[in-house]
Design a protein around this ligand. Structure first.
Ligand code: ADP
Ligand code: MG
Length: 453
């Protein structure tokens, strides 16, 4: 709230009315995305609402990283029923958050810092290596010349390789260096939810002004928009408005624009108007440097040979790499002794074995069955109910895609079906993926679950 007010003042300049209002107003409650602010009297309430309402909401949205609204109340007026009152001190917390412990699990879906950003996702904690140097430099280029030649900047790379970290580092840096800019980091999923919400509430004009008044928009995971027509339509207009006004757009995806299925041509081409920068899996040195940095910033010493072992064992995904470090540190702490190679080998045995072990049809069946809430036996059995049949087709499709098994062998593993049944299942799934973004998302999700160790 304080940040919103000071940004508002910067924009509006000093005016006697503004300062009078400011001195007398205070945030009194929070209801999800609605901030309740108490002002001295009904007259002030109407004046502030008319004059600063939309600007306040836009700024707050930028800072929070999700759409926010502001409700002004005069003393004694009812606040929205679900509003959670602030503790009586009503002083915001100040100061940097404490360094997160290596062993502490963090929930990546709930960032907590300013702007809805994860406080750890900064350039300070980002290790630059051959695999990500190009993307890193592109981000630096954007920072020094927003809206310049790298517009839009399109970052792409596999899961857990640092796209979100890098984007949020850019957002942090913009907020730090140029606090007057309206910067919004948001996932495509949140953008879609916000859109659906605004359509339902018939508040599209507000939605549009919120997004189109930004100076920098960072939209994470745009592949999520595959097959979602309204999202693509609305984002197309948002993109044009921002681009034409010379505002910076940064996008990320798990693949380059040409490979995103079910994406309108006009978006695909726009995504490639600026700079495409890929992030590759890190090499050994980078993996080791990332582990060292994690230990260093969290003040958790781990012997170098143990870090070497972890960096050698886990190669493809930095999130898994960090998870492995966390496991070892936790185990050492529980045993009351420093981490050793033996301990690390012991703790990571499952992880390293499953990395080495080729994927089996059994495992695919187990994961797919679990996802659909059925038993693996049902996939091998005779049931033809819609859910089971669909799950079975998906499992066959994944077996074909992710293992070396032949069609007859796959049929065998699914209760002795013949190879043409398997082929038919694969074609059905491919057609469903083309026709339905949700099926696409489901397949991607299952692939990820199967590749994760
Ligand atoms: P993505 O968005 O590409 O799936 P993330 O940005 O979420 O990946 O990164 C996964 C984890 O790996 C995060 O905890 C992130 O901090 C860490 N990470 C990724 N790249 C780096 C890097 N170059 N240096 C330090 N940590 C990294
Ligand atoms: Mg990400």
């Amino acid at each position: 709230w304080n940040a919103t007010v000071s940004m508002l003042r910067e924009r509006e300049g000093m005016s006697p009315g503004f300062d009078t209002w400011l001195r007398a107003s205070r945030p009194v409650g929070l209801d999800g995305e609605t901030l309740v602010v108490e002002v001295p009297d009904p007259f002030t309430r109407d004046w502030v609402r008319a004059r600063y309402g939309p600007a306040m909401e836009a700024l707050l949205t930028g800072l929070a990283g999700h759409p926010c609204s502001v409700v002004l109340v005069a003393p004694g007026e009812p606040t929205p029923s679900r509003a959670r009152p602030f503790p009586s001190s009503d002083q915001p917390q100040r100061g940097a958050p404490p360094a997160p412990d290596v062993a502490a699990d963090e929930d990546p879906s709930h960032p907590t810092g300013p702007g809805g950003l994860n406080p750890r996702y900064t350039f300070d904690t980002f290790v630059v290596g051959a695999s990500n140097r190009f993307a890193y430099s592109a981000c630096q280029g954007v920072l020094s010349n927003p809206g310049g030649p790298y517009n839009p900047l399109f970052l792409y790379g596999g899961v857990g390789l640092g796209k979100t970290h890098l984007m949020q580092a850019v957002a942090h840096e913009f907020l730090r260096q140029r606090s007057h800019l309206r910067v919004l980091y948001i996932t495509t999923e949140t953008f879609t939810n916000d859109l659906v919400d605004s359509l339902q509430r018939r508040s599209m004009p507000e939605f549009r002004s919120r997004y189109r008044s930004l100076d920098v928009l960072l939209l994470d995971d745009v592949h999520f928009a595959a097959g979602k027509e309204s999202t693509q339509e609305e984002f197309f207009h948002t993109f044009n408005a921002l681009y034409e006004a010379g505002r910076q757009i940064i996008l990320s995806s798990d693949r380059p624009p040409v490979e995103i299925p079910k994406l309108e041509e006009r978006l695909r081409s726009r995504f490639a108007w600026g700079l495409l920068a890929d992030i590759q899996p890190p090499d050994f040195e980078t993996r080791l440097a990332i582990l060292r940095k994690r230990c260093e910033t969290s003040g958790t010493p781990v012997p170098d040979e143990v870090l070497h072992y972890i960096a050698e064992s886990i190669q493809s995904n930095i999130r898994v790499l960090e998870g492995a470090l966390r496991k070892v540190v936790t185990a050492a702490r529980l045993s009351g002794a420093p981490a050793t190679l033996d301990l690390a080998a012991e703790v990571l045995r499952d992880l390293t074995e499953s990395q080495r072990r080729p994927l089996t049809i059994d495992r695919i069946q187990a994961v797919v069955a679990q996802h659909f809430g059925i038993e693996p036996e049902e996939l091998r059995g005779k049931s033809r109910t819609r859910d089971v049949a669909f799950a079975r087709q998906i499992a066959m499709f994944l077996a074909r895609e992710l293992t070396q098994a032949s069609l007859p062998h796959i049929g065998d593993q699914f209760g002795g079906r013949d190879h043409s049944t398997v082929l038919h299942a694969i074609e059905r799934v491919q057609a469903a993926m083309r026709a339905d973004g949700a099926v696409n998302d489901l397949i991607r999700h299952l692939r990820q679950r199967l590749s994760r160790t």
